[in-house]
Design a protein around this ligand. Structure first.
Ligand code: DHB
Length: 533
């Protein structure tokens, strides 16, 4: 793949935009992609910062700006910008601050900032899963953890105390510039019934939004070379993909059609919470991880024969990745991944959790969880006991490409008037809906690559983000725990800086260390907040 060809950023207002899809010259409307630096309103809000302190933040707010010249649906293809000017009465200059690029995608659903009146609060508001967008039993059932469980991704993250975490707001309170993009999602249909938000619409839109920001270097406040992307679940997947696929040419035709700015779409750093990614390999990974947990949280037992077949697919896939585990673990395979998970992630996660408890809380936790050996300030346990501890799995089998085409992911790979399609040969073979054909539809392999960060990492994309923050709850059975670990191993293998932790006993959508993330942004970008006089 061609890399770096678009790295040169056109000066604002000077874009060489081609004719758009409707045949009109985009020259006139290219002005639409110039950031109107005076077009803000000044707002004041109180934000409880990442350390739990209330801060009064005065900021400049730009409401919904369309980020392409030839939008399919402006309601989704627009972004909002928030720039702090005063924090707790002290003027701040965010001219060179990192830009937190916070998507609010959840469930691969549409996300819009069109009606937003200030920073944060972006929600897709829709339940995850379900081809029709309605909650399926598998999507609506909560895991057994009872902690950190949320229905939609994006900004809908919860901290350990069950409070909402909004990284846009936290970024603003830390003195960073915050850009919050909307993006098309899988359920959108036009008046003819054509699906226009399915793959790869969401990633194309996010890239177009990044290009808009970078094309406005020097006009939009913030350091456009220090964009830090964030997202959760499907939004975490898209954030990872944005990081992995920077400046990849495989999106060019899509971006051109939208009239995206001629600028780099590479981002500096990636934050991803519980990314639901590597979709075409996730069914096998799910069964490798949760397959022995035969009962779903609905109380139904899953098909063990299917589970076993999928597990063997994981072994083959994992071997093909040729990844090495972090800290000199060596080749990661289906045979040693349990040991890797326990040693690299799960025991350290439990150890931290237990260390942070009071003596009496620790004693009660250990009394209730005798599978953990606590010795010398360290927790040890087996993978099998860990799986029993997590208990019922969230999803049925296959978890992602359902035989009956009922998952959100089936819808994500819908096309034209077809709401949901198969995207793995195995599920096509076992289809129960009468879907025709022995082969996957011809556009599917390319769409899968367009949606998968692992594809870009395998290609060693040199314009990928080089800093990675990845988080996942240990009780999150929305996907396999190996999905994040493989992502981390892949970028570490390429020499990137990875900060990957699992949150002990947390479920889907948790973010229990937002303050650390805010600090991490300053560290990796080298930014020191400057106060104006
Ligand atoms: C999300 C959750 C899922 O279980 C899934 O399959 C896709 C997306 C989400 O919360 O975004």
């Amino acid at each position: 793949m061609g890399i770096g060809a678009t790295a040169g950023v056109a000066a604002a207002g000077g874009f060489a935009l081609s004719a758009n899809a409707s045949g009109k010259s985009a020259a006139k409307s290219s002005d639409a992609l110039v950031f109107d630096k005076d077009g803000y309103t000044e707002l004041t809000t109180t934000i409880t910062d990442a350390d739990g302190h209330d801060k009064e933040v005065v900021y400049h707010f730009w409401k919904a700006i369309t980020y392409v010249t030839n939008p399919v649906d402006e309601k989704y293809q627009s972004l909002k910008v928030s720039v702090p000017v005063k924090i707790d009465g002290k003027a701040v200059d965010a001219t060179d601050a990192p830009i937190v690029f916070a998507n609010s995608v959840g469930g691969y659903m549409p996300s819009s900032v069109a009606d937003a009146t200030g920073v944060g609060g972006g929600m897709t508001g829709a339940p995850t899963g379900g081809a029709s967008g309605s909650a399926t039993p598998s999507a609506s059932a909560s895991s057994s953890s009872g902690t950190g469980e949320v229905q939609s991704g994006g900004n809908a993250m919860l901290n350990g105390q069950g409070e909402m975490v909004n990284l846009g707001k936290l970024g603003l309170a830390a003195g960073y510039v915050v850009v919050e993009p909307g993006a098309r999602g899988r359920t959108l249909t036009d008046s003819d019934g054509n699906y226009y938000g399915t793959a790869p619409a969401a990633i194309v839109d996010l890239k177009a939004a990044v290009r808009y920001v970078r094309a406005n270097k020097g006009v939009i406040p913030g350091d456009t070379d220090r964009i830090v992307s964030t997202g959760t679940s499907a939004g975490g997947a898209l954030s990872s993909l944005l990081g992995a696929s920077g400046d990849s040419r495989v999106y060019d035709s899509y971006l051109k059609e939208l009239g995206a700015a001629e600028a780099s779409d590479a981002i500096f750093a990636t934050g991803a919470w519980c990314p639901i990614t590597d979709l075409e390999h996730a069914d096998g990974a799910y069964e490798w991880n949760w397959g022995t947990n035969v009962t779903q949280s609905t109380g139904k037992a899953v098909d063990q024969a299917v589970s076993k077949e999928l597990r063997s697919q994981f072994a083959e896939y994992q071997a093909s990745l040729r990844l090495r585990g972090l800290n000199g673990f060596g080749p990661l395979t289906a045979r040693n991944y349990d040991e890797y998970m326990v040693k690299q992630y799960l025991e350290p996660s439990a150890t931290k959790y237990l260390t942070d408890l009071s003596d009496s809380d620790r004693a009660s936790y250990l009394a209730a969880n005798t599978f953990i050996t606590w010795s010398g300030g360290r927790a040890t346990f087996s993978w099998a006991d860990f799986l029993t501890h997590v208990g019922a799995r969230k999803k049925t089998t296959p978890a992602f490409d359902a035989f009956d085409l009922s998952t959100g992911e089936n819808n994500e790979f819908g096309k034209d008037k077809t709401q949901a399609r198969h995207f793995t040969a195995y599920s096509l073979k076992n289809d129960t809906t009468g879907a025709t054909g022995k082969r996957l539809e011809s556009d599917i392999p390319e769409k899968l690559n367009l949606m998968n960060p692992m594809y870009h990492l395998k290609e060693h994309n040199p314009s990928r983000s080089k800093h990675w923050w990845i988080r996942l709850g240990t009780k999150d059975s929305d996907t396999s725990l190996t999905i994040s670990a493989n992502l981390a191993a892949a970028v570490a293998d390429l020499g990137d800086d990875v900060n990957h932790l699992y949150y002990w006993d947390e479920g889907h959508g948790s973010n229990i260390d937002p303050a650390d993330f805010i600090t991490w942004i300053a560290k990796v970008t080298g930014y020191k907040k400057r106060a104006t006089k």
